[in-house]
Design a protein around this ligand. Sequence first.
Ligand code: NAI
Length: 241
Amino acid sequence: MNKFALKPGFRAAVIGGAGGIGLAIVKELRGLGAEVSATGISEAEIKACEIDGDVRFSVLDVTNGAAVSAYAEETGPVDLLVNCAGILRRDEEYELDVFRQVLEVNLIGTMAICLAFREGLAERKGSIVNIASMNAFAALPRLPGYCASKGGVVMLTRSLALAWAAEGIRVNAVAPGFIETNINAEGRKDEAHYQKIADRTAFKRWGQPDDVTGTVAYLAMPAAAYVTGAVYAVDGGFLAG
Ligand code: NAI
């Protein structure tokens, strides 16, 4: 057995798979031979995805419980579930409704998806990778909801890892640093801010979606069979010093 490969017939679902990091993960998994289902928030977002080969894309809002159940049902059992849907609302998260909405998508949405896929993951002895954030550990003052939600995703990951190990389900998280995607497109317009962040990393650059995908794939491989409840930083050394 090649420990650094996905097993034959590997099936994955990537929630938020039409976004910047999500689509890169979809492509990585496809390249490794996986059968991939993925979701976007709208037909328009899905249509904009440039992808070669066969990926089943569906529209899904993770805050819609009935839609989440239906999506898990039609997708069936998977070997890997990636939770990559997420939002932030810079400066607006001090309004309680907005704060609640961010928690609803990033944290409660992650839990809802994990619950919906649990049985199928147990059947295939699969694993979950939750996309958390560096902001689970280093807070930003303009994003109280986002930071709280990502801290929650880290602890949710650890709790589910303990709870579901007996069913053969591994649960891990990846905590990206600053990666160039739509989620931070507005903030990147400020050149001084952009450069300040680049300079703070060991590599003196922002990350690209492709920088995140290898760690996600590794966590789904037999090489990571003893890894659960772990949070892998992919932040270019931002938090190293
Ligand atoms: P993105 O904005 O390109 O992707 C976010 C995805 O979430 C989109 O596909 C969007 O449609 C989906 N989404 C939003 N609301 C949803 C809902 N209610 N239901 C279902 N899907 C929904 O941004 P990016 O950067 O690719 O974000 C992916 C994940 O990575 C997010 O969880 C984000 O918090 C996380 N992350 C991103 C970082 C970055 O610097 N770009 C850093 C750390 C974490």
